[in-house]
Design a protein around this ligand. Structure first.
Ligand SMILES: [Ca+2]
Length: 131
């Protein structure tokens, strides 16, 4: 049975190697929001597809109408945001209607993040700007 033992040892060794070398990323690895950017996530807890508007950068620029924009997966960004990361040093305001209007808005402080799940503004955000 010596060869069987050797085979078993080889299988164990291969299994160990593959376990070490594969070390897969999670299937839906969260998009990392870059420094000085604002990122709107479709999923809760900063997961899923994301909209990181190029024009919102360090207290400059705004997005008056999310319906004209898309997430990275191509779906329309309007009324889909469930979590937001603000990696800028300025306050971001996100509104439930276009052109910074609507029945509610959320304030995301400098270098902070917010989960909208189970709030009235979940899947409602339609515009955003710096305060
Ligand atoms: Ca809306």
């Amino acid at each position: 049975m010596g060869s069987n033992k050797a085979l078993t040892a080889l299988v164990v060794a291969l299994t160990t190697i593959s376990a070490v070398t594969v070390s897969p990323q999670p299937v839906s690895a969260a998009y990392v929001c870059a420094d000085n950017k604002v990122c709107f996530y479709d999923g809760r807890n900063y997961t899923g597809t994301v909209f990181a508007p190029q024009e919102m950068y360090n207290n400059y620029g705004s997005v008056p109408d999310f319906s004209r924009r898309v997430f990275t997966n191509g779906t329309n960004a309007n009324d889909r945001t469930t979590s937001i990361i603000n990696n800028t040093g300025w306050i971001v305001l996100a509104y439930t209607d276009v052109r910074f209007d609507g029945f509610a808005w959320v304030r995301i402080g400098p270098d902070s993040r917010i989960n909208l799940e189970h709030t009235v503004v979940d899947n409602q955000i339609s515009s955003a700007k710096f305060q």
